[in-house]
Design a protein around this ligand. Sequence first.
Ligand code: AMP
Length: 177
Amino acid sequence: MNATLDLKSYIRDIPDYPKPGILFKDLTPLWQNPAAFQLMIDELAGHFRKAGVETIAAIESRGLILGSAIAYTLKTGLVPIRKEGKLPWKTVRVSYDLEYGQATTEMHVDAIHPGTRVLIVDDLLATGGTAEAAVKLVKELGGEVAGLAFLVELGFLKGRERLKPFGLEVFSLIQYD
Ligand code: AMP
C-alpha cells in the first residue's frame, strides 16, 4: 500500500454535468485504480475502527460502493438508504429539498435495531441535504449515529455546517474549499 498516494489526482472534474453550472466530481478513475481504491477504504474504515460501529448505512448509489467495502473491512453489517420506491419491504421515509425540487429517501423499517451504532457513508458531501435525511432516518429507527464518512467534501457548499446541529463526527478524506 502506498500511503502517499494522492487520491485527489484520481478525481476527474466534469463541467456542466448533470446540468449546466455543476462541476461533477467523477470518482470512477479513483475506483479503477487498485491501490487508490484500497487506500480509500483503509483510511475511511481506519478512522472509525474504534468507534464501535455495528452497521453501515450506505446511501444510494455511490455510497453503496464505498459502504460495502467499509462494512467488510470493519466486519459490520450493511443497510441501504435508497431513493423512493426502490426498497421492497415496509419503509420509513424522509423528504428533503434539492437545488431544484424535492427528493425522498427510504430505509426498511427493520433495518436498524434500536441502540445500534451506525456509520453513515456516502461518496460526497455537498450541501448536506442527503446526509441530513440519512441521519434523520437512522434516528427515527432508534439507531445511534457513530459518525458520517465521505470520500469527498465540497467545503464551499457548507454541508458540514448543516450537519452541525446533530453534534456528530463528520469525516472526509478529500476536501475542495
Ligand atoms: P448534497 O445532498 O447536496 O450533500 O449532495 C450529496 C449527494 O449528491 C451525494 O450523494 C453525491 O453523490 C451527489 N453530488 C452532489 N454534488 C456533486 C458533485 N459536484 N459531484 C458529484 N456528486 C455530487
